[in-house]
Design a protein around this ligand. Structure first.
Ligand code: MRU
Length: 358
């Protein structure tokens, strides 16, 4: 299966080459594939804030490479470069608050800095650490894709109708995707009849990005308004809702793109299984429950305008871009360390003690 998945990898959105970070500008997809080059940590932080790159794992990977760029500049400037690098850590940490992968990657880079020996080349060490973060996310995607597809086969061996939300594919990760990785693997295994794709207002990650990724691979899909999801569960024989995550807390609560919570409520009402797919870098055992997660609120103009044109009355808007799905609405959390069924604190603790499966 691993080889078949690797052969199916088509899209990348993050490239580290020629001493710079190159990002596919996701704001322009699916109409234009434009790559942007980044040479400074501050510029990468702005790319994260403005959604050139988005998706929890992709944000973490980009931040790791950004610190290599930061270290390069601080070393060249001379003086106490490690103290100066703190400003880059800070600007990256301030870019977006909800996805924990960003802070996880920054911590890993900091730990590498703390382990530097006199004889180490600091730039080579940080470069290797950022590449390792990128590579391990790609490997985690492959493991999760196989685990998720196997689970679908175990519960329902015949053709399945799935529903997904936001974009969790190659664009959002370092490799094959999380929830979309499972969907792609299940399709390769002949398990998927159709994927319903929530358009994912207001930023349209479903309509612009997920639809583009699935269509590129010839996977049958229908795009639907977010508000159609309950009706589709009732009328279209949907058997699984499969989503990613931005932060999973110690009790198994899941922060993900706004609209995920109402999907989970509706899935439970309709007897549809609810699967969350995320690498262990998305799990934040320092928070007891989802109540402690900071939910990003973005500019109301994302709701009030469409493509820069006002579409709403002259009113204030509220734009939380993530929500928290309580653990008791979740059937499975798939990670590269294994599967948790009906998550709770004890099961999440046991999961985090396990080794990665690859
Ligand atoms: O605002 P975004 O596009 O960064 O939100 C992305 C999501 O909510 C994804 O579902 C999540 O990051 C998982 S991506 C593998």
């Amino acid at each position: 299966m691993r080889e078949r998945l690797l052969a199916a990898e088509k899209v990348t959105a993050i490239e580290w080459r020629e001493g710079a970070l190159h990002l596919l500008d996701q704001r322009l997809l699916p109409f234009e594939e434009r790559w942007l080059r980044y040479d400074t940590a501050a510029a990468v932080a702005e790319a994260i804030r403005s959604m050139v790159v988005r998706g929890a794992p992709a944000i973490g990977i980009s931040a790791a490479y950004a610190l290599v760029l930061g270290a390069q500049a601080r070393l060249a400037a001379g003086g106490d470069w490690q103290a100066a690098l703190e400003a880059d850590f800070q600007v990256l940490a301030d870019s977006r608050p909800t996805a924990v992968n960003l802070f996880w990657a920054l911590n890993r880079m900091r730990e590498r800095l703390l382990r530097l020996k006199e004889s180490d080349d600091p730039l080579a060490a940080l470069d290797a650490e950022a590449r390792a973060i990128h590579l391990s996310d790609r490997e985690a995607n492959l493991t999760m894709a196989q685990l998720g597809a196997d689970l679908i086969r175990k519960y329902q061996g015949n053709l399945q109708t799935l529903l997904t939300h936001c974009n969790t594919g190659a664009l959002a990760t370092g490799g094959f995707g999380t929830a979309l990785g499972v969907i792609r693997a299940a399709y390769l295994d002949g398990l998927v009849e159709r994927v319903y794709v929530d358009e994912t207002r207001p930023w349209l990650q479903g309509a612009r990005l997920t639809a583009w990724e699935l269509a590129n691979e010839g996977i049958p899909l229908s795009l639907n308004a977010d508000a159609a999801a309950a009706h589709l569960m009732k009328t279209k024989g949907i058997t699984w809702v499969i989503v990613g995550a931005d932060r999973i807390t110690a009790n198994g609560d899941v922060a993900n793109k706004i609209g995920t919570y109402q999907l989970a409520v509706n899935a439970m009402h309709h007897g549809v299984r609810f699967m969350v797919v995320a690498p262990s870098s998305t799990i934040d055992m320092s928070l007891a429950s989802g109540d402690a997660i900071v939910i990003e609120e973005r500019d109301g103009r994302e709701l009030l305008e469409l493509a820069g044109r006002r579409v709403a009355a002259d009113v204030p808007a509220v734009n939380p871009v993530f929500d928290v799905t309580p653990a008791d609405l979740i059937d499975f959390i798939i990670t590269e360390k294994g599967i948790v069924e009906r998550p709770d604190t004890a099961k999440m603790k046991r999961l985090m003690c396990r080794k990665r499966l690859h």
